[in-house]
Design a protein around this ligand. Structure first.
Ligand code: NI
Ligand code: MN
Length: 218
């Protein structure tokens, strides 16, 4: 499986199937990568992004799934703690400590709970934490699912910052950590090299700091 970070929280997993998590890459930028399945972590615009425009089969929490179904999007609704299989790919929805709001034309509706995913494809497990604060049950996610990769927000302000994400990485224990949700806007500017240095100096985990558009082989 190949993993491409498009920037912000948008990740493209390419293997037996092509999956995009949180299809948003910045205001005015459109996603052109091909995908079979979209997974949305929560309702905020910087995560829902191009979901409606792309019109692909979409995995989301029930409240967002209802909203997307009204738009004519084929949806797979689920909820936290559950696992579904879509075209041979497993999606386990994990908790996230965050809010969720679907906005359209200046008004909005509640998007249910915010979530993350453990996605299993081609024998690899990828944990995408979504937007979240640090929470100690990340230890449970690590113990239960043993992800090969953990994608963790480090931007601060709206999510964990680098210090909290360091402890999150230790709770989860994935051998590879990829920081996300930073440097998209001035309010979430961080230096990922410090995060990398701190984790690699104190643990056996590796941190891959990717440039937007960069791909790695898992
Ligand atoms: Ni958010
Ligand atoms: Mn966000």
């Amino acid at each position: 499986m190949k993993l491409t970070w498009f920037g912000h929280s948008c990740v493209w997993l390419s293997g037996t199937k092509n999956i995009i998590v949180d299809p948003f890459i910045g205001e005015g930028k459109e996603i052109t990568a091909d995908c079979d399945i979209i997974a949305v972590t929560h309702g905020h615009a910087d995560h829902m992004g191009d979901t409606v425009r792309l019109r692909k089969r979409t995995v989301a929490i029930n409240e967002i799934a209802k909203y997307l179904a009204i738009k004519g999007i084929p949806v797979e609704g689920m909820n936290i703690g559950g696992t579904i299989e879509v075209d041979g790919v497993r999606f386990t929805m994990t908790p996230a400590v965050h809010s969720s709001w679907i906005e359209e034309g200046g008004i909005g509706c509640n998007g249910g709970a915010a979530a993350g995913y453990v996605i299993t494809m081609d024998g690899k497990k990828v944990y995408h934490a979504g937007d979240t604060a640090l929470f100690s049950d990340m230890k449970l996610i690590g113990d239960l699912y043993r992800p090969d990769v953990a994608l963790l927000p480090i931007g601060g302000r709206f999510t964990m910052g680098p210090d909290e994400a360091m402890m999150a990485a230790q709770y989860i224990g994935a051998p590879l950590v990829i920081p996300i949700h930073y440097n998209t806007w001035p309010k979430i500017v961080q230096d990922p090299s410090k995060f990398k240095f701190a984790i690699e100096r104190t643990t056996d985990m590796k941190v891959a700091v990717l440039a937007p558009g960069e791909t790695i082989d898992l």
